[in-house]
Write a protein that binds this ligand. Structure first.
Ligand SMILES: [Zn+2]
Length: 241
């Protein structure tokens, strides 16, 4: 078994181990190979499996998070309405942000095992991809791809990819487009803990401080439980833990 990744690889601070998979996206090498196999299968079924977002660095997630925390970038509710964060209590503000954005250092996209996908063959000309619930819902443009993926996952023929955010458990909003390479991601999820996150936030360069950090640290145990942990049974158990 390869050496377990350390704090820098689990929190998106290190990018040196990633490989390109097209679409300007990067994944870990083992994940890229599995994705290529899944993409080949999808092509034979008439789909053009493409990646909207693969690896995301700590700094990219930090920029998104800080822009939302300071109001430079909109935060939406479940119905897509823009929220006025200044009118929410600090706790409600944090939960509103976490519904759609991970705390920097905790995103599964840092691991190089997780990716957001769509069917490039189903994308209408001139349409700007949104990765919205409507696109992947029954009748949506990517529903046929996702139904094909569902069948593959149910038959355990999805090359290790499963959906950690398939159901709404009151934490992260459902994301049918988000796939995770379980043979590695199950282990990585178990490695990530408070001490690792504190080290990550401490070692980020000056000028890149995490907004709302004090509040996040105070509530970290509950936040990890609700927004970072995913339900047991999101993937079959093949001794990947
Ligand atoms: Zn995602």
């Amino acid at each position: 078994m390869a050496a377990e990744p350390g704090v820098a690889q689990l929190t998106g601070l290190d990018e040196s181990h990633l490989v390109a998979v097209g679409d300007g996206q990067r994944l870990r090498e083992e994940v890229a190979a599995a994705f290529t196999a899944l993409r080949d299968d999808a092509r034979r079924a008439g789909f053009e499996l493409a990646i909207a977002s693969g690896f995301r660095s700590y700094h990219r997630q930090l920029a998104i998070w800080n822009a939302k925390a300071t109001g430079a970038r909109a935060v939406h509710d479940d119905a897509g309405r823009v929220l006025d964060l200044a009118r929410l209590t600090p706790t409600r503000r944090l939960h509103a942000m976490l519904r759609f954005s991970a705390i920097p250092g905790t995103s599964r996209h840092h691991w190089g095992t997780d990716l957001d996908v769509y069917d490039a063959a189903a994308l209408p000309t001139g349409y700007a991809l949104q990765l919205s619930p409507r696109e992947v819902a029954a009748g949506g443009m990517f529903d046929p791809l996702h139904r094909w993926l569902d069948q593959r996952m149910a038959a355990d023929r999805s090359h290790g990819f499963f959906r950690p955010y398939h159901r709404d458990c009151g934490g992260v909003a459902p994301e049918r487009w988000h796939l995770s390479y379980a043979p590695l991601a199950v282990r990585y999820a178990a490695l990530l803990d408070r001490a690792m996150l504190i080290r990550c936030w401490d070692c980020a360069p000056a000028g890149a401080s995490l907004q709302l950090r004090a509040q996040i640290e105070r509530e970290l145990a509950q936040l990890m439980e609700r927004y970072v942990a995913v339900p047991d049974g999101w993937c079959p158990s093949h001794g990947w833990a």
